[in-house]
Design a protein around this ligand. Structure first.
Ligand code: ADP
Length: 763
């Protein structure tokens, strides 16, 4: 059982699972906190340093330096006082000096006491000052006493001062200045320390501000990116939703189309069966019904095949065969299938492959045929009556050794495709909504299937289309070169013949000219009927008559048949005139014979086909190619077939179809019964076994294995076994051949295929 096609929702949703931005923001936050802590520590440390310095200055050096300043002033005053007793009125002066000494000494003592108490660092200096203070007081007292003597002269006073008083004062001044310098030093140094601390604080603040600003910038960027991602995600989700909704709508449309498309042929089959039943004695009517039932059944089968193909494509199970096939046979089979559709719509049709040299190729011919039928089928379906469709095939070099590229160009003058629809044309179930498609059968599966086949083959497909003008589908596929069985043939039989090619299409003229020249045929070309008649006339007059004329059917001016009539008037009845046409020639056969046509050759013109037709006509005596030759083909077959089939209706149909061709049929209703019937019969009693796959008790695969095994063990031959099954995929075919079956036939039974197999084994 194969699944129905599942709809793939194509979307480009990407959700960032790495969360790199989350990690980044965490690192930024941690960095910021570390910064803040560092800043706090540095700042607190700096404040503490400043505080310590200020306290140290306040408690020691500052008051000490102030006091030292005072001391300096006082000592200077005391020093100055020493000169006063030399002045006039010594008593009064001495009293005044004595008084000044007292006040200054009191002041000095206070300052020195303060210095001694406050200054720990300059203890020696402070102590020295303090010690000298007592010496100074004594010296002052001695000085006052000395000056009080009336006989002492100013010179003696001055000498006394210089010898006894000034040395003490100068020593004290010296110590005081040293103390002052020391405290000033300490204050300067503290100032430097505080400046340094202020600088580091300022730097730390700047770094912190920059850090905060950078973190803020990163944070804002992250938020912006996050918002952007969220917006992108939202958009993706919205588009995924839209795609899902569209897919769902397409699926619903598909189901309703399917229901309609399946019902239409089913309805026809049921209705026509009823009509045939009620007119059972009217054989013409019954035959007509049966023909139409057959058409509807084939349509239904096509539909089911498309759905199954789509299912396989979507589950990736579509595989390709690689086998050698004849390109001319493939193309002629394809043209035979499409000719009735072309005829029914009165379309102009052309098929050409001007430069295709390889006739044997390796690839999946069935899928190639499917691709061509889909694209040409669409071209025909979507082109109004009377317009033109064409297929053009070209062989091109390929990069892969042993391969050639084949360019298939399908052109039509149809309704065209809008640019909007071109965007979704390869999506499953999509059909353009217009008047034509509404009234044309279709599922929207043909193109997706075609595209998948082409891509699986390593090819490409392109569309160019203009609404109301037409479309061109171009497919390029690389195909492996096969081995031409006729390659060894020298094809020399036609050497030296003289021929005329008449075709209005320059490409066809040139390629046919080339092909004939390769075959050693001397040939001329003519673009029109009139001109061709003149050439025939001239050749006749020169006694160089053409041995054959290749004549295109449709040409402007004089068409192929009229040209043939005129030529016949000149050269009589014997020279073969071969009509080249892309159409089914059966319908013009009698008119053509009457016009003097000897044979037909269908377009496109392969070298082998031209060779065979010309050889037949010019060398082998010219058997008319359109004469249907009675052959052994229609003779009744003899023999006995064992049909292993559990379904009664299928068994009845198969039996009937087989017996119509001559052989007898015996039926086994399951695999086990089939094995028993073969075992109990004589060795060559059955000439063929058709084996169903799925059967109760023992399935076809098991039964085949058992029959082969029994035959080997008993040393007998077993009849050829051909699978006849609804398991119609390549893998089933491969499996059947693997277990030892001799052939494979898919249901529903194709009568021609059945006959081919019967003739192979019973003929
Ligand atoms: P179907 O023909 O069954 O509807 P396809 O997948 O083959 O499905 O094509 C899908 C759609 O593409 C068609 O329904 C039609 O609208 C459009 N189409 C395909 N081929 C042609 C063509 N040659 N000209 C115009 N429209 C086309």
């Amino acid at each position: 059982m194969t699944d129905l096609p599942t709809l793939k929702v194509k979307s480009n949703i990407t959700i960032d699972t790495k969360q790199s931005s989350g990690r980044l923001s965490r690192w930024v936050a941690v960095g910021l906190i570390v910064f803040l802590v560092l800043y706090f520590v540095i700042t607190m440390n700096n404040i503490r340093t400043i505080d310590e310095r200020i306290t140290a200055i306040k408690d020691g050096p500052y008051p000490v330096s102030v006091a030292a300043g005072h001391v300096e002033t006082i000592l200077t005053q005391i020093r100055t006082l020493a000169y006063r007793p030399t002045l006039t009125d010594p008593d009064r002066v001495i009293k005044s000096v004595e008084y000044s000494y007292e006040t200054n000494n009191a002041d000095l003592e206070a300052q020195l006491t303060l210095i001694k108490e406050q200054d720990d660092q300059n203890y020696d200096l402070a102590q020295g000052l303090f010690d000298d203070f007592s010496v100074l007081i004594n010296a002052e007292n001695a000085f006052i006493d000395y000056c009080s003597s009336p006989s002492v002269t100013p010179e003696e006073v001055e000498a006394y001062v210089n010898d006894n008083l000034f040395p003490v004062i100068d020593r004290m001044l010296e110590n005081d200045l040293a103390l002052l310098a020391s405290t000033t030093n300490f204050i300067d140094e503290s100032y430097d320390v505080i400046s340094g601390v202020l600088l580091t604080t300022t730097i730390a603040s700047i770094i912190l501000i920059l850090g905060v600003a950078a973190s803020l910038a990163i944070y804002l960027t992250l938020i912006y990116r996050k918002n952007q991602r969220e917006r992108q995600l939202r958009e993706n989700l919205e588009s995924a939703l839209e795609i899902a909704q569209n897919a769902n709508a397409a699926k619903s449309t598909f189901l309703s189309n399917m229901s309609h498309d399946i019902r239409t042929p089913m309805n026809a089959i049921i209705g026509l069966t009823t009509i045939a039943d009620t007119h059972i004695n009217d054989t013409i009517r019954v035959k007509e019904c049966l023909t139409r039932i057959s058409t509807s059944s084939k349509h239904l089968l096509g539909l089911i095949n498309d759905i199954l193909d789509m299912g396989k494509i979507e589950s990736g199970k579509l595989t390709l065969n690689e086998e050698q096939f004849s390109f001319p046979e493939l193309i002629s089979g394809f043209i035979t299938i499409i000719q009735p559709q072309v005829r029914a719509k009165h379309l102009k049709f052309d098929a050409s492959l001007p430069n295709v040299k390889n006739e044997m190729l390796i690839g999946d011919s069935m899928r190639l045929n499917q691709m061509m039928l889909n694209l040409m089928g669409n071209a025909i379906k979507y082109t109004p009556e009377g317009k033109a469709v064409s297929i053009f095939i070209e062989e091109e070099p390929c990069e892969r050794a042993g391969y050639h590229n084949y360019r298939f160009v399908f052109k039509d003058e149809g309704i065209g495709i809008s640019p909007e629809f071109l965007k979704v044309i390869f999506d499953p179930f999509e059909r353009e909504n217009n008047e034509t498609t509404r009234f044309t059968e279709g599922t929207g599966l043909g193109l997706p299937i075609t595209k998948s086949i082409v891509e699986l083959m390593g090819g490409t497909i392109n569309i160019e289309s203009t609404p109301h003008v037409g479309s061109t589908f171009t497919v390029v596929i690389p195909l492996k070169d096969g081995i031409d069985p006729e390659e060894g043939d020298d094809m020399a039989a036609l050497y030296g013949l003289h021929m005329l090619i008449v075709d209005d299409d320059e490409l066809v003229r040139e390629s046919t000219h080339e092909t004939l020249s390769e075959l050693g045929i001397r040939n001329e070309t003519s673009p029109s009927g009139h001109h061709a008649v003149e050439m025939v006339q001239a050749a006749h007059a020169d006694n160089d008559d053409y041995h054959a004329v290749l004549l295109d059917r449709f040409m402007p001016g004089m068409d192929g048949l009229d040209t043939a009539r005129k030529i016949r008037e000149i050269i009589g009845d014997t020279t073969p005139i071969i009509l080249v046409t892309a159409y089914d020639y059966n319908e013009i056969q009698s008119e053509a014979i009457e016009a003097g046509i000897t044979a037909f050759i269908s377009k496109p013109l392969f070298k082998s086909r031209i060779y065979h037709v010309l050889k037949l006509q010019c060398i082998d005596g010219g058997v008319e190619t359109f004469q249907v030759v009675e052959s052994a083909k229609d003779a009744q077959l003899q023999g006995r077939v064992l049909l292993a089939e559990d379904n009664e209706l299928n068994s009845e149909i198969a039996s009937e179809l087989i017996t119509q061709l001559g052989p007898e049929v015996e039926v086994a209703t399951n695999g086990l019964e089939a094995v028993e019937m073969v075992d109990s019969a004589d060795e060559n009693y059955y000439q063929l076994i058709f084996m169903d796959w799925q059967m109760p008790q023992m399935d076809g695969i098991e039964a085949t294995k058992t029959i082969i095994d029994h035959a080997r063990r008993t040393g007998r031959n077993h009849p050829p076994i051909v699978a006849m099954t609804a398991n119609a995929f390549n893998e089933h075919r491969d499996m059947a051949l693997e277990v030892g079956m001799d052939g494979f036939m898919a249901k529903p039974i194709d009568v021609k295929e059945l006959e081919k197999i019967l003739r192979k084994y019973l003929g």
